[in-house]
Design a protein around this ligand. Structure first.
Ligand code: GLN
Length: 304
């Protein structure tokens, strides 16, 4: 497996030159577009290649964990009352509503509006406590107690996150949420700015793939039912308006982030973390997607 991953990194490395590092969050522009790494974890062990240990901000890959915590705190019925699960076929930061209303049917947990809404369902007396509980879940699932916020990226997004502010006010205008928007966005911006590596993503993905359990422990970390729910939602809309193509070409539940990461879960089989910050026009890591396509075709990962 390690040799295969190294071959894939070599074969796909030219794609790192064809994408563009995200610039709408100014701090993300500093990423090195040449970085490219992958980590696969299955029951037989952990396999690493390229820049597998380079840190990058998780960005939208925190969305599956926001969904997970909202589910664990409230149950599926409450979550679905606030946020639908249908693919929007639109970009991650799009306004997706009819002329007449914005309802749960217009959002899903993998786009910004849906994830921001779901942050309100995370239990906690204060917004700080809500974020701390989310961070603690990320640390537990990744087995990495040192995961923390990249302050520069957090402040950069907080300063320039006009669209997310607009989305949050739309949710409030249509009475889908009823809380202080700045506090709510603080949870979301901090959550997006948690720094991870491919290895952290692969470990989280493995728990999702392995019905809520770690590879090396038989302890149940999250309910199996919610691991399945999160996988299903990722499969439908985890790659935004690139989810259909990804389903055809890779065929596994996955979530991307504009930091260049992709977390992919192969149900009952493996967790994968890939990273390359140069993005395609839809905001998905270009070389990361290509690497997953190649890996999937070489060892038959598609669940379809
Ligand atoms: N923090 C980013 C945003 O809200 C996350 C988007 C993404 O990774 N696609 O714009």
């Amino acid at each position: 497996m390690k040799r295969l991953l190294e071959e894939i990194i070599n074969e796909c490395s030219h794609y790192t030159k064809l994408g563009r590092v995200a610039s709408y969050i100014p701090e993300l522009q500093k990423a090195n577009p040449d970085n490219f790494g992958i980590c696969v974890i299955d029951k037989s062990g952990e396999y690493l290649a390229g820049d597998y240990d380079k840190p990058f901000t998780v960005q939208s890959i925190i969305k599956p964990l926001i969904l997970l915590l909202a589910l664990m705190d409230n149950g599926i019925e409450r979550v679905k009352l606030l946020c639908g699960v249908e693919a929007t076929g639109k970009p991650f930061d799009a306004f997706n509503y009819s002329d007449l209303a914005l309802t749960s049917e217009h959002i899903n947990p993998m786009i910004n509006a849906g994830a921001i809404a779901l942050c309100t369902l995370i239990r906690g007396e204060t917004h700080t406590e809500k974020f701390e509980r989310l961070l603690s879940l990320a640390r537990t699932l990744s087995g990495n107690p040192s995961l923390s916020v990249n302050q520069e990226v957090y402040l950069s997004e907080k300063e320039t996150g006009y669209k997310n502010r607009a989305l949050a006010y739309m949710l409030k205008a249509y009475k889908m949420i009823d809380c202080d928007v700045d506090e709510l966005l603080d949870v979301y911006f901090k959550a997006c700015s948690v720094e991870v590596s491919c290895r952290d993503l692969a470990r989280i993905a493995f728990v999702l793939a392995n019905h809520g359990r770690l590879p090396d422990a038989d302890r149940l970390l999250i309910p199996a039912e919610y691991a399945r729910t999160v996988n299903a939602v990722m499969a439908i809309c985890g790659m935004y308006d690139g989810s259909g193509e990804f389903a055809l070409n890779v065929g596994i539940p996955a979530k991307s982030g504009v930091g260049g990461g992709i977390m992919a879960s192969v149900p009952s089989r493996m967790g994968i973390g890939a990273f390359s910050p140069a993005l395609d026009p839809k905001g998905n890591s270009l070389a990361g997607v290509k690497a997953l396509e190649l890996l999937s075709s070489k060892i038959g990962l598609s669940i379809f």
